[in-house]
Design a binder for this molecule. Structure first.
Ligand code: AMP
Ligand code: MG
Length: 343
């Protein structure tokens, strides 16, 4: 199969790309689309044959459920049943965060194929704020299943070029909407009624942080072991987001002693000498997530890009500096820990 990449700038190109994406999706094909988090591989969520093509292109195991995107938050009840006891909380959350990078886990309606939810009684839903994605899904007028547009277990793509590297020849179309605004996958949240405050469980940390959510209830984070992950958050495998090159996450500079003859590359947080990592060895390459300032949202935008670039070098090991574990640092540290796990 030949993979076409269509630009979305200037506007006549955008119209053409959207029309082509809609045409293919209506035919039950898969299309890679930009979202504000990472690029997604989209298919008609209510068409099991189309959804099956997502699993095939990604080589994704069918026990790993997909996120369903809606054209509009008003359509939530077409795919999900909102239990009365959490209705108020859900309305507050979607009014505040949709469209945006928050995914909610809710009981599913019968129209959602079992393949989408991996047989679970719940469905993961969100509404994307990306202008290109919005145009496509609103023109289609149907929910889209759209997991990240990478091969299973690999690094999520945050540019059309990264999607080409992952899926060239496996899908008919990639719509190039430029770099993704957040650069990290959506926050996945489960909402449960409780007194005095509802319980909000973060199943996957992402751009919507504990700090953002805590006014809406008591927030807890699930850190799963390999054993129980199949139940609560399938697909959040202990080993995931992995570059091919072995990766080591340091806690402090003194934890690293270079071995003679080995080549190392450094993923640095802000690239400052005084942090103590730059001088540890003669690095084959140093890439900095947030040069100088060490801003977590900026680091998040570059995170998967930097990981992908360092993976191309063919060094013996990628060494990652730790980040502060608040805000988007929580999600990046989570991903670095998963990337560091040996499969
Ligand atoms: P992706 O679309 O590749 O970013 O990943 C989707 C992830 O959402 C899956 O790997 C699951 O961890 C999570 N997910 C999807 N549906 C459900 C569900 N019904 N319950 C819990 N987690 C889910
Ligand atoms: Mg993914």
């Amino acid at each position: 199969m030949t993979t076409t990449v269509l630009p979305t700038d200037p506007p006549p190109q955008l119209h053409q790309a959207v029309a082509e994406a809609v045409r293919l999706l209506q035919q039950g094909e898969v299309v890679a689309l930009p979202t504000e988090t990472v690029y997604g591989l989209a298919a008609d969520a209510l068409n099991p044959a189309a959804v099956a093509k997502i699993f095939a292109a990604k080589e994704r195991p069918t026990f790993d459920p997909l996120i369903v995107h809606l054209p509009d938050k008003k359509l939530l009840d077409t795919v999900a049943e909102v239990p009365p006891e959490i209705q108020k909380a859900v309305i507050q959350l979607i009014e505040r965060f949709w469209p945006g990078p928050l995914t909610l886990i809710l009981p599913k309606k019968a129209c959602v194929p079992d393949l989408v939810t991996a047989g679970l009684p719940t469905v993961a839903v969100r509404v994307s704020a990306n202008p290109v994605f919005k145009r496509v899904i609103q023109a289609l007028g149907r929910p889209l299943a759209a997991p990240s547009a990478n091969r299973f277990g690999s690094i999520s793509p945050t540019s059309a070029g990264a999607v080409v590297a992952e899926l060239d020849g496996r899908i008919p179309l990639i719509v190039d909407g430029g770099a993704c605004m957040h650069g990290l996958e959506s926050t996945i949240l489960k909402v449960e009624a409780a007194t005095p405050k509802n319980l909000l469980t973060i199943l996957r940390p992402g751009p919507i942080t504990v700090e953002d959510l805590k006014v809406y209830g008591r927030v807890q984070r699930v850190t799963r072991s390999v054993v129980d992950e199949a139940t609560e958050a399938p697909g959040q495998l202990a080993s995931h987001y992995a570059p091919r090159t072995p990766l080591r996450l340091l806690a402090k500079p003194s934890d690293f002693t270079p071995e003679p003859g080995k080549r190392y590359a450094l993923m640095s947080f802000r690239g400052e000498e005084k942090d103590g990592y730059l001088g540890l060895t003669d690095w084959a390459q140093v890439l900095v997530l947030s040069p100088g300032s060490g801003k977590l949202p900026e680091a998040a935008v570059r995170f998967f890009y930097v990981l992908r670039e360092l993976d191309k070098l063919g060094v013996d090991e990628i060494i990652a500096e730790p980040m502060l574990e608040h805000g988007m640092g929580t999600a990046m540290m989570d991903k670095l820990r998963r990337a560091a796990v040996k499969p």
